[in-house]
Ligand binder design. Structure first.
Ligand SMILES: Cc1cc2nc3c(=O)[nH]c(=O)nc-3n(C[C@H](O)[C@H](O)[C@H](O)COP(=O)(O)O)c2cc1C
Length: 92
């Protein structure tokens, strides 16, 4: 069992059922791997289990590592993600 070991299943479902948003989970160990899976079209969403148990600041650190300015929740039901990043992640 290696990094992103369950993602091939998610990618298969995503290809077969294009109208379905698909999340993947399982040893997604680095922000770069997570971003790569999204850009590769393997999944629409990334879930993290043990990485967040091990480090609750994982997401914050990932944002910094990827050049995104982290921002605390604004309690406005809006994701504090720059629009250009969201567009980059949209399906072709
Ligand atoms: C504490 C804990 C509880 C979990 N509970 C469930 C569960 O109730 N149902 C489920 O399908 N998977 C459960 N899982 C498995 C996770 O959804 C996930 O598939 C697995 O942890 C691999 O992802 P990760 O490497 O990001 O942790 C659990 C994992 C952990 C660590």
């Amino acid at each position: 069992m290696g990094p992103a070991y369950q993602t091939p299943f998610a990618a298969l479902i995503r290809r077969e059922v294009p109208e379905l948003a698909v999340m993947t989970v399982g040893m997604i160990d680095t922000p770069e791997r997570a971003e790569g899976l999204l850009l590769n079209g393997d999944a629409d969403l990334i879930a993290l289990g043990r990485p967040l148990l091990g480090d609750p600041h994982w997401m914050w650190k990932a944002a910094v590592a990827m050049g995104v300015k982290p921002q605390s929740c604004l309690l406005m039901n809006a994701a504090p993600v720059p629009r250009r990043k969201v567009q980059k992640l949209r399906r072709p």
